[in-house]
Design a protein. Structure first.
Length: 293
């Protein structure tokens, strides 16, 4: 009988280890996907000064060209936007948010091969708002706000033209692996965790004991990621030392990624502690009931 109990406990522990691995996979998957959303790309554009980079470097092309900021300026002039308004747009805080949205859509285009990226209506409205504020500040500009809005919308439609064809940008990049990673449905991992918890429940023949076998992997993985996410300086120095000359481009990327990992790690570890407290309370109640009987 003791052998069967030992086997069931060993199986439950094995399932708990698998849960730990799945939680680690979930954190990496969530962090990677979060890295390419509008907010984090906006922070990256600002910190890495992407607007001052060569546009051909951004899109993985070989020939040298102009900077992204210069290209934006050129497109703005072609859309009849006054220079004073363009200067205010490029120097505004909103420009990073707007291009965070644009690059998020660009990544979607490169990964999934959809239509060329366009700015969302929300970003266009932000751009129009900045342009109108600039128009009010420059009373010498003889231009109606309605006409300026048309120029802004024309400018936004031309932005898609700066993105080369998908095959030119991809080159030798492992696009299939990136596509699988970004499009992977996290629900499958949650479903696997749920199945493992059911197996643990059957092995231990208990409804509340599996809480402990979930809480321990959450606490351990959460603490591990919190520690890893707080090692920004060390990881930055190590990576940059092996990628000489790419610090302005790589360092903000690492910082944002580690910040996401740290936040998720703290959340997961605290959730695990909360579950462990629930388990301890329930276990104490069950023990007291047995003593009473």
């Amino acid at each position: 009988m003791n052998i069967f109990i030992s086997i069931r406990k060993a199986l439950a522990i094995s399932c708990s280890v698998l849960i730990f691995i799945l939680i680690v996979a979930l954190v990496f998957l969530y962090s990677g996907k979060s890295l390419v959303n509008r907010e984090n790309l906006s922070n990256y554009i600002e910190n890495a000064e992407v607007l001052n980079m060569d546009i051909n470097v951004i899109f993985n092309l070989e020939e040298s060209g102009i900077t992204l900021k210069e290209k934006i300026y050129q497109l703005g002039l072609e859309s009849n936007i006054p220079e004073d308004v363009l200067d205010d747009i490029i120097s505004s805080d909103e420009i990073n948010i707007i291009f965070g949205d644009f690059f998020s859509n660009t990544i979607d285009y490169l990964v999934n091969g959809l239509n060329k990226p366009q700015l969302s209506e929300d970003s266009i409205n932000k751009l129009i708002e900045v342009a109108n504020d600039s128009l009010e500040d420059h009373i010498n500009l003889m231009l109606e706000s309605e006409q300026l809005e048309e120029y802004i919308r024309d400018f936004c439609s031309k932005l898609a033209d700066i993105v080369p064809e998908r095959y030119e940008v991809i080159g030798s990049l492992p696009i299939t692996s990136i596509q699988v990673f970004l499009n992977f449905n996290q629900l499958y991992l949650y479903l696997m965790i749920a199945i493992l918890l059911v197996i643990i429940t059957v092995c231990l023949w208990s409804i509340y004991k599996p809480i402990k076998y979930l809480a321990i992997p959450m606490i351990s993985s959460g603490v591990m990621f919190a520690i890893f996410g707080s090692m920004n300086n060390f990881i930055n120095d190590y990576v940059i030392s092996n990628l000489d000359g790419l610090k302005p481009l790589i360092s903000p990327f690492i910082t944002i990624l580690l910040t996401i990992i740290f936040k998720v790690g703290v959340l997961v570890s605290f959730s695990g502690v909360f579950l462990m407290i629930i388990y301890v309370v329930i276990n104490r109640i069950v023990i007291n009931n047995h003593k009473t009987k």
